[in-house]
Write a protein that binds this ligand. Structure first.
Ligand SMILES: [Zn+2]
Ligand SMILES: [Zn+2]
Length: 270
């Protein structure tokens, strides 16, 4: 399984996941032209993507969803609440996903978890590659970490987690008090420290890579986020890579070798 972020933060989010010939796009927070340019940068044709999965309807995650869907005829998997905000998508392309359920996609299983955030019905997801059994947990915007997420994200091979702000930079930064409170509230965005505690709680023997998403341009830096989460993970005995996703360009989030596949085969052989 391999993943690329195509951009990360309030200027637009999207993540491409690949397992063999199967490709899934998670969020589409760019216009169709920008999405095509970023996909081209990683050598992926939009026609080769078999589904679009949306975490929530905020424009930095969904602004291009309707137009790109119309052009490439992707089925769109999201909560009923999120789909309800996307009026341009025809009924036949809508694939409502319930929190707590598992949905079979082309080459992947999709587990959905409801998360607290100031959107209609936002979700985090675990995607499992059917060929290899490799699992990735993807949590974009969330104001707090629900117990259901900690349970669902256990035993992942890779994690993509929001690390929005450094607590001190937010407190002493230029944002007005009301906006600061919105971010800090249980329905805003999680800090580097909360991300670090979450990553440490999820660090099991199968975990190989951690990618940090949605860093604030004003209230965070890649170095601060990586440092905080690396420190948390070291206390949990994880020594693998911890990288902040590039804000305005495509970048590899992780590339897993077939270790997961081998372990599945060994388990089956016993
Ligand atoms: Zn949001
Ligand atoms: Zn966002």
């Amino acid at each position: 399984m391999k993943a690329w972020t195509l951009g990360s933060g309030s200027s637009g989010n999207a993540l491409l996941l690949e397992s063999g010939a199967h490709r899934i796009l998670i969020d589409c927070g760019f216009g169709p032209r920008a999405i095509v340019t970023r996909l081209k940068a990683i050598g992926v044709a939009p026609e080769s993507i078999s589904a679009l999965v949306l975490t929530h309807e905020h424009s930095d995650h969904a602004i291009g969803a309707e137009r790109a869907q119309k052009k490439y005829r992707w089925p769109v998997y999201a909560s009923t609440g999120t789909l309800g905000t996307l009026r341009e998508i025809e009924t036949r392309w809508r694939q409502p996903v319930d929190a707590g359920s598992t949905t079979v996609l082309d080459g992947f299983l999709l587990d959905a978890i409801a998360v607290p955030h100031d959107a209609v019905s936002p979700m985090a997801f675990v995607l499992t590659a059917q060929a290899s059994g490799a699992r990735v947990g993807i949590a974009h915007d969330l104001g707090a970490v629900p117990d259901a997420l900690v349970g669902a994200f256990a035993r992942c091979d890779a994690l993509c987690l929001e690390a929005n702000h450094d607590v001190d930079m937010l407190r002493t930064g230029p944002y007005p008090r009301m906006l600061q409170e919105r971010i800090r509230s249980g329905r805003g965005h999680i800090s580097n420290d909360t991300c670090a505690a979450l990553a440490a709680a999820l660090a099991g023997p199968s975990l190989r890579a951690v990618t940090l998403l949605h860093l604030s341009e004003v209230n965070n830096t890649p170095a601060k986020a990586e440092q905080a989460v690396t420190a948390g993970l070291q206390r949990a005995n994880f020594r693998g890579p911890v990288r902040a996703a590039p804000r305005r360009s495509a970048g590899v989030a992780f590339a897993l070798t077939a270790r997961a596949q081998v372990s599945v085969q060994l388990t089956l052989g016993v």
